[in-house]
Design a protein around this ligand. Structure first.
Ligand code: ASP
Length: 318
């Protein structure tokens, strides 16, 4: 299996912000080896045998939680999923109390998803193990951005010089935030597009060109990344109706025609078919990277778990 010998210098993965180019590329390179491992009949190694990974998800998740669980198991770890709904958290235990309790069980890696921006960072200050942010509020979702970058790199060879549009509910999206930072770091040109109500007021300072018109935003783009309307984070009506939203901001084959020839389509899931994306596009394997994104998710998470475990091991032996 080809894995790079680069040793990650960070104790946690809390966001893409703060990662440098070699760190990002080495994570992607290492993930390539894990794509190969995951395509074998025997997918499990004992690389991290003996270590314990705890998945602590305070928000619902299908893809991310199962992907982290599979990733940990493929590396030979003991993986525990904390059922937060049925735990002491529902009896009023605070985030920090929960973290301290788990910390006393001596996990090596703690994967956290929480509705509050900054929750993963707060936890990382209280526990001894490596913390991985699996999505904190509207802030960051670093492994999503890494798996997106890996999917694009495998499909198009390199990210440098690509024009990539991220469209939809940018304001509530941690996926958009992490992606803008990573895609810029890897040399792509990023565009953001959505109705004014769904773009953050500081979007022009994110390092991306901002559009309100989809046809303009898609012009000559190599990749179009569609985002879900995150209604669970909306405290009022941000769009008149989902039918109207699709008319102006939804992606169908006609609208995709505005992008570069052969443009690829992505979506982090879960998709709202007919609201932000047409099934005809989402399910077309010639243009949709959506299934590849899910596959790359496991490989990228294996790389992240492995890199952080290795960094910790090096630290304790120095
Ligand atoms: N799954 C992604 C997230 O957790 C995107 C979404 O929920 O729309 O942020």
């Amino acid at each position: 299996m080809s894995t790079t010998s680069y040793v990650f210098a960070k104790p946690h993965l809390l966001g893409i912000a703060g990662l440098n180019f070699p760190e990002a590329v080495s994570l992607l390179d290492r993930a390539e080896g894990y794509v190969e491992q995951s395509r074998q009949t025997d997918k499990t190694s004992n690389k991290l045998h003996g270590l314990t990974q705890i998945n602590l998800f305070f928000e619902p998740s299908t893809r991310t939680q199962s992907s982290f669980e599979i990733a940990g198991k493929r590396l030979g770890m003991d993986v525990v999923n904390m059922a937060v709904q049925s735990s002491s958290v529902s009896k009023g235990e605070t985030l920090i109390d929960t973290a301290m309790t788990l910390n006393a069980m001596r996990p090596d890696l703690l994967v956290v998803r929480h509705g509050a921006s900054g929750a993963a960072e707060l936890l990382s200050q209280k526990v001894d193990c490596a913390v991985i942010n699996a999505g904190d509020g509207q802030h960051e979702h670093p492994t999503q951005a890494l798996l997106d970058a890996l999917s694009i790199r495998r499909a198009l060879g390199s990210l440098a010089g690509l024009r990539i549009a991220i469209c939809g509910d940018i304001a509530h999206s941690r996926v958009a935030r992490s992606n803008v930072i990573l895609l810029n770091l890897l040399g792509a040109e990023v565009r953001l597009c959505g109705p004014p109500t769904l773009l953050p007021s500081d979007a022009d300072r994110w390092g991306a060109e901002v559009f309100h018109n989809m046809d303009d935003a898609l012009n000559a783009c190599d990749v179009v990344m569609m985002l879900r309307l995150q209604t669970e984070r909306m405290n009022s009506a941000f769009i008149p109706s989902s039918r109207e939203y699709f008319r102006f901001y939804g992606l169908d084959r006609t609208r995709l025609g505005k992008a570069a020839k052969g443009a690829l389509v992505m979506h982090p899931g879960p998709m709202n078919r007919g609201v932000e994306i047409d099934s005809d596009i989402a399910d077309d394997p010639k243009i949709s990277l959506i299934t590849a994104q899910v596959e790359m998710g496991v490989a990228v998470r294996m790389a992240v778990l492995d890199m952080l475990a290795e960094a910790k091991n090096k630290d304790t032996h120095e």
